[in-house]
Every structure is written in C-alpha cells, then in structure tokens.
Write a protein that binds this ligand. Structure first.
Ligand code: SF4
Length: 465
C-alpha cells in the first residue's frame, strides 16, 4: 500500500476493526517494567491465563532502582517488592528479564534501541508514556496504562483509536549550542501541550534527517508532552547503520532483506497528511522551561511572556518579563530516557571539562543504561564528571520521576535534562524543574545558575546541524 508510515504499520498490524470503531492492533514488541506490571500480572494470574507471547515480551527494571547502591534487598521495601514481583512474574511466564545483573539493565527506552529490539515498521507498547521514543526508528510505539498492559500480556493486541498524522518538517541548520532537546521544546511550545491530541507526529525535513539516532530519540521521546499519541521519523540509512550488528537485529542476508522491508514502510513522497507544519531551524535557540508543563518555555535569552500563566509563575516564583538566564539552581541532573545516551554525556562533558560545579549545586549524571555507563567510562567521561564535582551514578530513571532515593528537597530548583516539569515530578511537592539540553544543564551546574551555553562555553560547544 501507499501512504504514511503510520498507515502502513497500522495496516500491517491490524487484526480487525472492532464494533466501536477501534482497531485491534497486533503488538510486535511489549516492553514491561516493574512499576506498571504488578497489577496487570495479578489480573491475568487471577484468571489462570498465560502470557500470550512471552517471546515478544521483555522485562526491564528502571523506575525504582536506586542509582547509588543497587545491592539486594533494596532499602526501600516497596521498591524491593516491585522488583521481586517482576522477577517472579517473568520467571513464571517465561519472559526474558534484563535485570541488574544482566549487563543490559537500563531505562526501557534506552535499552530497547541499543539492543536492537526496536526496529522499523514495528508496533511497540510499554506501560510508560515515553514509549514514543522508539518511533525514532520508524516504529509506531504507544505508551499504555496498566489495564492495557494486561490486555497485551493476555492477547498481544491493543484496541486503538485511529490516528491522524501531522507532518512536522524542520528545515535548515541548527545554530551552535542548539540541540535536539531545544527543537522538541520549541515544537511543543509552538503547537501546545494539547496540540497533538488525536495525532501521531511525523518528524521530517533536512534538519531531522541529519540528526543521529540519539537525537531523533530525544525528539520522539517528548511527542507525548505535546499530546501526540506517537511520534516517528521515517527509517533511512542512519537508522540502518545504527541497527546493523546489534544483538536482536537480523544478521547477514537477513539484514539486507530486513532493510528492504523497513525502507518500504517509510512514508511515500506523495503521502497525504491531516496537517503539516514547517519550522526554520535557524529560529530555534537554546530553550529552557519556566513553568509547570513542557510547553511553558522560552529561549534562554528571551523574557517570560506578559501572558504567562499566573499559576505557573506563582508556583515557580518567577514573574512575567524576567529572563531565565541568571536563575540560581540547586541541583543539576543529566539523565532520563530523553537525554542520558552516550552522545548526551559527551556533550555535557565537553562543556564542563576542566571546570568545577558551583559550591552550592548538587550535580549528578545518571547514564541511561549499563551499556552507556560502560561506554562512557571507556572514553574517560566518568573522570571528567567526577573531577568537575558531579556524582557518577548507576543506570536508572533516577530524578526524572523520583520513585527512588534521588529526589529534590523542598523548594529546590533543578536544571534537568529530563522531560517533565510537572509540580512534584522530581519528588518534592514544591520542587521546581527547569527542562533544558544536557549541555545547558552542565553549564548551569558550573555557573550555579541558568546560563546561555553559547556564551558560557564558546569554544567547547561545536554542535549545530
Ligand atoms: S526516565 Fe523518566 S520518563 Fe523515562 S521511563 Fe524513566 S521515569 Fe519514565
């Protein structure tokens, strides 16, 4: 068939049209983790059901794992119970679990791609909002709730509403010090945190095409923050080069056959879209959130708008007209499934090399996976961070969600490379989160306040695509 990638993947995985207008979609890969599965397994165990396709289900542990001391049993009894339940359920249902001692543990949206589990043309589901990350490979990937996790465990299918497709084309060269994180924050700001409702976002244009897979993952990861049900980039040579040789990817002739099929799933040049948006890369500047949702952002050197939401201003302690530049921070966090891959760590390290974290700032780097951590250590990035005064932690979600010991205290302000700045997101009900790129977080850690990374690290920041 011809059409968009979404049309093709949808069609290829459609089992049947349900009487209520939804589609019963086959799920090619079901990623599960410790937080959203205990109840789902309880529901299927109570009925005496078996997991329909354990070979298409992968267990991961990330949200609750401590990043300082991962010895078992965990000090947090609830965390220990959750992981024990996942271990038991995976064992009883024959599901592969990428546990802490596997060498492959990490944030679910980091390890899926790095192991080659995530492939173009797939449908992927996971009980976590940021499953859209996997769309960077040309997969159609949905975050699902606990009852849907139960449905997928029991049937390997999901009932889904049809989606419209909005093509977001970014064209031109990004300026120095402007990253994928700035692009997606800019997109969400322009289209709104509810603008993507009912849509899948297709990211296109030469700026996106020049991006690495890590950068495309950052973009797709935050699709959900703009309310898009999924986000994807059409697969191309960059995708295939990334996947070649990875553990779960077909090898040899089978890889060549796979790339031919993957290529055929990309949107056709004459595909029609429900909406199209164009952005100029040159207009995007380093971006920082000032509010309590990811759409409330400004360029770092721009004043907060006069129309800024009073509730957000009051919570954050900011005022309309002020600039984020110069805002004192207490904590700096480089981590999360948005920005804790090797290239993110390299960019952050590039900014702080030879400098030291401000005395009043607690700074931590939490690699997205054990593999990212090991690769970074092989390059000596751990020493760069440690010598600069950062803490170098084990892999996990850490302070992105604070379902573990890493959390803000009181009214602390955190410069964070994560994806959500909701009230209480980082563990303290009154804590405040400023979302930005890893390079901006690193610069803020050293300066002790929000700075423009283009000025702070004029020589070091060489990026720009
Ligand atoms: S890093 Fe944050 S957003 Fe990503 S999977 Fe973990 S908790 Fe969810």
């Amino acid at each position: 068939m011809r059409g968009t990638l979404l049309d093709k993947v949808w069609q290829a995985h459609s089992v049947r049209r349900l009487p209520n207008g939804q589609t019963q979609l086959f799920v090619g890969l079901h990623l599960i983790h410790e937080v959203t599965t205990p109840q789902a397994f309880d529901m299927i165990n109570a009925r005496g059901w078996r997991v329909a396709m354990p070979e298409r289900t992968i267990g991961t542990v990330d949200h609750i794992v401590p990043t300082l001391d991962q010895r078992r049993p965990f000090l947090d009894v609830m965390a220990e119970d959750m992981l024990s339940a996942l271990e038991r359920n995976c064992r009883e249902h024959g599901i592969r679990l990428l546990n802490i001692d596997s060498g492959h543990q990490g944030i679910v949206h980091v390890i899926g791609p790095e192991l080659g589990l995530t492939q173009p043309g797939m449908t992927i589901a996971c009980g976590d909002s940021h499953t859209s990350t996997h769309g960077a490979f040309g997969a159609v990937a949905f975050g699902i709730g606990t009852s849907q996790v139960r449905d997928v465990l029991a049937s390997q299918c999901l009932a889904m509403e049809p989606l419209k497709v909005r093509r977001i084309a970014v064209r031109g060269r990004l300026g120095r010090g402007v990253y994928a994180k700035d692009v997606i924050l800019d997109i969400i700001r322009r289209l709104g945190v509810k603008g993507g409702a009912g849509y899948a976002y297709e990211y296109a244009g030469d700026t996106i095409e020049r991006m690495s897979m890590d950068e495309r993952m950052t973009i797709c990861n935050m699709s959900i923050e703009g309310a898009a049900r999924a986000g994807y980039v059409n697969p191309d040579e960059t995708t295939f080069d990334y996947l070649r040789g990875r553990q779960f990817v077909p090898q040899g002739d089978a890889f060549e056959r796979a790339t031919a099929w993957w290529s055929s799933m990309a949107s056709d040049a004459d595909a029609s879209y429900d909406d199209e948006v164009e952005l100029k890369a040159e207009e995007i500047r380093p971006t920082v959130t000032w509010g309590i949702n990811p759409g409330q952002s400004v360029a770092v050197d721009e004043a907060l708008p006069a129309s800024a939401d009073p509730e957000a201003l009051a919570f954050m302690g900011f005022r309309a007209g002020q600039r984020m530049q110069g805002t004192k921070i207490d904590v700096a966090f480089v981590g999360s499934c948005t920005n804790a891959r090797l290239s993110d760590l390299r960019e952050a390290a590039r900014v702080i090399r030879g400098q030291h974290v401000a005395p009043h700032v607690k700074a931590l780097v939490v690699p997205g996976s054990q593999a990212v951590r090991a690769a970074a250590e092989r390059e000596g990035l751990d020493r760069v961070f440690l010598e600069a005064g950062f803490e170098w932690r084990a892999a996990g979600c850490s302070m992105c969600l604070a379902m573990n010991p890493d959390r803000l205290e009181g009214r602390e302000i955190c410069a964070s490379s994560s994806n959500r700045n909701f009230k209480g997101r980082q563990g303290s009900p009154t804590g405040r989160t400023l979302l930005m790129s890893p390079a901006m977080v690193a610069a803020a850690a050293v300066a002790g306040e929000v700075v423009d990374v283009r000025e702070f690290a004029a020589a070091e920041v060489t990026r720009g695509r």
